[in-house]
Design a protein around this ligand. Structure first.
Ligand code: BES
Ligand code: MN
Ligand code: ZN
Length: 495
């Protein structure tokens, strides 16, 4: 969809539909009240007629209003005026999109952002409007025969702001579009099945993205190079697959060459069957989403490049499949990681940490300011936290605080779990330096502990996105998370 800022007076608006907010007890927002006055109280009268009181997420579409060039008005409930939270505002945006899609309007002007949202400024509200609308309009049809038989008609969204709000408006619009574009790229890559989105395919997509931005470059390492680097843990996972492994390296140069970079690492398991420790059949298809971390890193670098942030950022994506095969890892196998630490593989389904640990070792060469890894790492994370926050673990309190703050402001939240020394015990092996699983207790944390052994030389945070990267059930699909978290973290670092 096409988004733009509008500075006209309401009477001059050329749009088919005006989107306005109202609070509980049918209190209209400023512009809604003005329009209501022009329409001699029609808006309030219709809200009363339909028993609409202003709960967050209700809406009323009024057709044929005959106000200048406006054809329709969509009223959206915002809840109690005194406690309009960031979450409630997002909920109202989601509520707005449904009637807009269904009524067949081609363009709309939204003024929902004129409502005061707790602790949020105009740029945030504009940005969220774009993010929420763009994600709500997303459809994944590329694998269907009649791909776009009925694309939604809504093609233009104008966000109406006053002249003096221009700067904030433009910033919100720019960030919203970059983040939304990255979220849709992640969702597309993730929704593609394992037979299309292979490690090589992911590498090609990264190269394609790099061609679109001058400051972005891509390099894709193959198995021979990984062998030379000594990535024995990573390669042990891809051995059981006919698709060769890839290490995707994306470098964004927004600052001088000697400025130390932020490094993002993303798990790019394009299909995780579990290997010899085979997963049960139910819902195994969802393991095509095991590359959401990797795709979110690729997509986020695209957003960073689009925003031209004045920092250096490196994206590292180890990509592989995990399948059962005669050449696959077997329980009890011992492999040597790039760091030199040996690992006893007690469960071949704990493969994410095996491809990530060598990538973390590789990250060291960049002398990073901080390393952030994102991975659909443990089912246990869904048990512990459900599907609302991602799990955060870190060896640095300041970094953890920055990630939490980025989660809060972007709405892509995280919840921190402890990485206490006490848990390291569980990774003891009789035959190697450490085991790749830590038993049934605290599975998300022991996975984090495993990674921490390869991240001792830099500030590092690990985000387990197992519960947040995709939705299961009737509306199965990738969510676009953790792109907002990653991009917000980097926007904040860019100052
Ligand atoms: N990709 C999975 C984690 C996962 C499972 C994410 C379900 C989302 C939903 C990971 O590779 C895995 O299999 N982890 C194992 C670890 C266990 C063997 C210690 C798990 O969670 O069962
Ligand atoms: Mn697994
Ligand atoms: Zn996995």
């Amino acid at each position: 969809m096409d988004y733009s800022l509008k500075y006209a007076t309401p009477e001059e608006l050329h749009a088919d539909c005006l989107v306005l907010g109202y609070y509980e007890k049918r209190k209209l927002t400023e512009t809604a009240a003005k329009v209501d006055a022009v329409l001699e109280g029609l808006l309030v009268k219709l809200l009363k007629r339909d028993d609409l009181e202003g709960k967050t997420g209700e809406s009323l579409l009024i057709n044929h209003v005959g106000l200048g060039k406006l054809d329709r008005i969509l009223l959206v409930g915002l809840g109690k005026r005194s406690d309009l939270s960031a979450a409630a505002f997002r909920k109202a945006l989601v509520a707005a999109i449904k009637p807009l899609k269904e009524c067949g309007t081609k363009s709309a002007v939204s003024l929902l952002h004129e409502a005061e949202v707790q602790d949020r400024d105009l740029a945030w509200k504009i940005r969220q409007s774009v993010e929420v609308f763009e994600n709500a309009l997303y459809r994944f049809t590329q694998l269907k025969k009649d791909a776009d038989s009925k694309p939604p008609k809504l093609a233009k969204l104008h966000l109406w702001v006053e002249q003096e709000q221009r700067e904030a408006g433009e910033q919100g619009l720019r960030q919203g579009q970059a983040i939304a574009r990255a979220m849709l790229l992640l969702r597309d890559l993730a929704n593609l099945p394992g037979n299309v989105c292979t490690p090589s395919y992911l590498g090609e997509q990264a190269e394609k993205l790099a061609k679109q931005h001058k400051k972005l470059s891509a390099k894709v390492l193959g198995e021979a190079e990984l062998e030379d680097l000594g990535m024995g843990a990573f390669l042990s996972v891809s051995k059981g697959s006919r698709q060769p492994a890839r290490l995707i390296v994306l470098e964004y140069r927004g600052a001088s060459a000697k400025t130390k970079p932020y490094v993002l690492v993303g798990k790019g398991l394009t299909f995780d069957a579990g290997g010899i420790s085979l997963k049960p059949a139910a819902n195994m298809d969802e393991m095509k989403y095991d590359m959401c971390g990797g795709a979110s890193v690729i997509a986020s670098l695209g957003a960073v490049a689009e925003l031209g942030l004045p920092i250096n950022v490196v994206g590292l994506v180890p990509a592989s499949e995990n399948l059962p095969d005669g050449a696959a890892n077997k329980p009890g196998d011992v492999v040597t990681s790039m760091s030199g630490l040996t690992i006893e593989i007690l469960n071949t389904d704990a493969e994410g940490r095996l491809i990530l640990c060598d990538t973390l070792t590789y990250a060291k060469r960049y002398e990073p300011v901080a390393v952030l890894d994102v991975a659909t790492l443990t089912g246990a994370c869904i048990v512990a936290l459900g599907r609302h926050p991602s799990g955060l673990m870190s060896n640095d309190d300041e970094l953890a605080g920055q990630v939490i703050a980025a989660g809060d402001s972007s709405g892509d939240r995280v919840w921190r779990l402890p990485l206490w020394e006490d848990y390291q015990e569980q990774l003891k092996s009789n035959f190697a330096d450490l085991a790749n699983i830590g038993g049934p207790d605290g599975g998300t944390i022991t996975a984090g502990c495993f990674l921490s052994r390869f991240a001792a030389d830099f500030k590092w945070a690990h985000v387990d996105i197992a519960g947040t990267a995709w939705k299961t059930g009737a509306d199965k699909g990738a969510t676009g998370r953790p792109v907002p978290l990653l991009v917000q973290y980097l926007i904040d670092r860019a100052g």
